[in-house]
Design a protein around this ligand. Structure first.
Ligand code: NAP
Length: 266
């Protein structure tokens, strides 16, 4: 079933903005809702900030080092609905502190985007670097779990009630037909399993979990792939992922989606 509520709200926001711009008097506020995004300082996360801010959302844009997040800070300087906050997804005190700071704020869409691959040479069987393995698992799988746990009340009190995870087709066990990036693949398979599990508890609160693969996207993460394979723009990837997030319902919670809305095999 296709949910058009977010799009209708955004249309309403656009109409309000146009009305205000044309000088008409209106008592409505131009706010489509609130989103929180992790890893918002570059790549796909930064594009999510642009997208949701343009659509009239209040954006809580988190980055582990806001003082060096120049692109994000420039966006925030030009748009008062973007709030930059410090958040390392491995820092539990920081996560709990931010959840407390925003206690009472409804968060319509929680976007678990931050992620790392771990250096390829540290994942070679025979010379495995286990500290890197722990760090990839912690950032990509434990981080979204802890953040979702900390912000469940905020999402439950919102209109849209969506928890999204930017996962990867690399997390598909069925798709693992060669030995490539085992830490990264394991972490994305793990986050899929964790979110699928907790979706059963979140469903009772009306919260929809969306697992979405952006496809190969031209970001720092894919720097080594530039020129070797076609990479999609962050704009296209985020447009498509937002459509998948918008369309997801409780009936299909925790489905493993590709960017085009098709379903990926576990
Ligand atoms: N690009 C692709 O083709 C592709 C494909 C499939 C899935 N994905 C997924 O898409 C998501 C975004 O990737 P991207 O391509 O935009 O990568 P990216 O350009 O490398 O950006 C990664 C983001 O995650 C942040 N991050 C890393 N560790 C963090 C931590 N401990 N706490 C908070 N933030 C942290 C980084 O912050 P810093 O700047 O501080 O390092 C950065 O903002 C990831 O989950 C990735 O696995 C990407």
């Amino acid at each position: 079933m296709i949910s058009c509520i977010p799009r209708l709200r955004r249309l309403a926001v656009t109409l309000v903005v146009l009305a205000v711009a044309s000088g008409a008097s209106t008592s409505m506020s131009a706010n489509a809702g609130t989103v929180l995004i992790t890893g918002a300082n570059r790549g796909i996360g930064l594009e999510f900030v642009r997208h949701y801010a343009d659509a009239g959302y209040t954006v809580i844009a988190t980055a582990r080092n806001p003082s060096t997040a120049d692109d994000l800070n420039s966006l925030a300087a030009a748009n008062k609905s973007i709030h930059v906050e410090e958040l390392d997804v491995n820092d539990f005190a920081e996560i709990d502190g931010l959840a407390e700071k925003y206690q009472g704020t409804a968060i319509d869409v929680l976007v678990n985007n931050a992620g790392i691959t771990g250096r390829p040479e540290r994942q070679r069987f025979g010379t495995i670097d286990y500290a890197t393995f722990a760090s990839v698992m912690s950032t990509n799988a434990q981080g979204p779990l802890k953040i979702t746990e900390a912000f469940t009340a905020h999402v439950a009190s919102s209109d849209e009630k969506k928890v999204a995870v930017v996962t990867s087709s690399e997390g598909s066990i069925a798709g693992a037909t060669s030995n490539r990036q085992p830490f990264y693949r394991a972490s994305k398979a793990a986050v899929n399993m964790i979110m699928r599990n907790i979706s059963h508890s979140l469903k009772d609160q009306g919260i929809v979990v969306v697992l979405v693969n952006p496809g190969p996207v031209d970001t720092d993460m894919m720097a080594r792939a530039r020129g070797r394979m076609p990479l999609r723009t962050t704009t296209l990837a985020v447009d498509e992922m937002v459509t998948v997030i918008d369309n997801a319902t409780l009936n299909d919670t925790a489905t493993f989606y590709n960017f085009d809305g098709t379903v990926l095999p576990w």
